[in-house]
Design a protein around this ligand. Structure first.
Ligand SMILES: *[C@@H]1O[C@H](CO)[C@@H](O)[C@H](O)[C@H]1NC(C)=O
Ligand SMILES: *[C@@H]1O[C@H](CO)[C@@H](O)[C@H](O)[C@H]1NC(C)=O
Length: 137
């Protein structure tokens, strides 16, 4: 094996560094919707995060963060809604009335940065694509 063979593993190593020993949050890496339609994203978390705030935001996540506290209630912000399902450790984000401007990179997140041993929030990257409505008028 030459040193070059190891290169493809570098991104994996970086990922593991960010989330030490833990595959705590996952979801779809990409979802596609149609202009005017809606799409849903389900992110799964580990049972130990059941009581922790979950959120959804558009990268780089500086504003427009939709958060949900521990509860079954739906939280809505404009065309985005988020609902936690503690019974099966998932939370669902729905984007309605999609526009092409909704396309981009988003993140499912868990507010873990204040927990001992984490330092950062756990996030999962989801690429959202919005295709034009091609149904006959
Ligand atoms: C989506 O669009 C429909 C029709 O224009 C409107 O009635 C509805 O309130 C919109 N939903 C949201 C969440 O903006
Ligand atoms: C979790 O439960 C919710 C509400 O019952 C359901 O809509 C969703 O599909 C479930 N997700 C999984 C991964 O089982």
């Amino acid at each position: 094996m030459t040193p070059g063979d190891r290169r493809p593993w570098l991104p994996v190593a970086l990922l593991l560094l960010q989330v030490p020993g833990c595959w705590c949050l996952s979801g779809p890496t990409s979802v596609t919707g149609t202009v005017g339609g809606f799409l849903s994203v389900q992110c799964q978390y580990e049972e130990k995060f059941r009581e922790i705030v979950k959120y959804w935001c558009k990268s780089p996540c500086l504003g427009d963060i939709v958060k949900i506290e521990k509860s079954d209630k739906e939280v809505r912000s404009g065309r985005v809604s988020i609902r936690d399902h503690p019974a099966n450790f998932t939370f669902t984000v729905t984007l309605e009335n999609l526009t092409e401007g909704d396309a981009g990179t988003y993140r499912c997140g868990i507010d873990t940065s204040w927990l001992p041993g984490y330092m950062i929030d756990l996030t999962f990257r989801v690429v959202v694509s919005v295709t034009p409505d091609i149904s006959p008028a």
